[in-house]
Design a protein around this ligand. Structure first.
Ligand SMILES: C[S@@+](CC[C@H](N)C(=O)[O-])C[C@H]1O[C@@H](n2cnc3c(N)ncnc32)[C@H](O)[C@@H]1O
Length: 253
């Protein structure tokens, strides 16, 4: 049943709602455990601040490391517009040379969202993210899911591309695929456990949202809220992990 106290969600919010819910719960638990209201958060490949700026609005101190000067410029502007410029620090750097620019073992939480797809060595990227954590710190890892891409290509009638992605070691559907690498839930949890973390939860993100025609969601009263509830329930179920557009892994040191 939908919650009458909850404000209506937007299409854009639908794409990140599951991750937000899981992440906010994890950070709230860290706040209680540390007794500090404000956590030190590192957002590796944080780009223009889709997560960093809202986290700073919650009161946390966020360091964004990203190789793109344009993204960092957009981040600075966005943080200023949101009135949190003093809580967001953008640093040019990358996941492999992370400790050239940030402190080892200095963060309560590390985000690595939409980055493992692009780095040269995902295992090293995860190891560095983990090495940036304080004891008991939290890793939030979000990456493109293989099965979601296969399903999306097939439903769009691109059957050969769907088949190609299934057999490709990087889960790519062809030359024109803009994503260099996709993952299964098992691959992501193996990376995280291989770096010495305990996996707390795995969620499937955007199981239905990218497959449903926009018109069905935008014209039917209450449809967006109902879809959000469906996403949120399906996210928890392992059966849906294999068809999610993205996979989220929450893990602890
Ligand atoms: C898909 S965007 C995700 C941005 C942000 N994390 C989010 O969730 O909205 C990928 C980001 O990874 C950054 N990136 C690419 N290669 C990287 C690397 N080797 N190390 C760290 N970040 C990288 C890009 O500049 C870009 O900002």
């Amino acid at each position: 049943m939908s919650d009458p106290m909850r404000p209506p969600v937007s299409r854009a919010a639908l794409r990140t709602a599951v991750v937000w819910e899981v992440l906010q719960d994890a950070l709230d638990r860290r706040v209680k455990a540390t007794g500090r209201e404000s956590l030190d958060v590192l957002d590796t490949g944080g780009g223009s601040g889709n997560f960093a700026v809202p986290l700073a609005r919650l009161g946390h101190l966020v360091t964004v490391v990203d190789p793109s000067p344009n993204a960092l410029f957009a981040l600075e502007r966005r943080a200023a517009e949101a009135g949190v410029a003093d809580r967001v620090r953008g640093v040019q750097g990358d996941a492999h040379g992370l400790f050239d620019v940030v402190e080892r073992g200095g963060y309560d939480a590390v985000l690595c969202h939409g980055v493992l797809e692009y780095v040269d060595d995902p295992a090293e990227g995860v190891r560095n993210a983990v090495a940036a954590l304080r004891p008991e710190g939290v890793l939030s890892l979000l990456a493109a899911g293989l099965g979601g891409a296969v399903l999306a290509r097939a439903l769009a009638g691109h059957f050969k591309e769907a088949r190609q992605a299934l057999g490709d070691p990087d889960g790519r559907w062809g030359e024109g695929d803009p994503v260099p690498r996709r993952f299964t839930a098992e691959q992501l949890t193996a990376l995280v456990e291989g770096a010495g973390l305990r996996v707390g939860a795995v969620h499937g993100v955007r199981v239905f949202a990218d497959l449903v025609p926009g018109v069905l969601v935008d014209t039917e009263p209450g449809a967006l809220d109902a879809l959000l509830e469906l996403e949120s329930t399906a996210a928890e179920l392992p059966a849906f992990h294999s068809v999610a557009t993205q996979l989220h892994v929450l893990a602890n040191l």
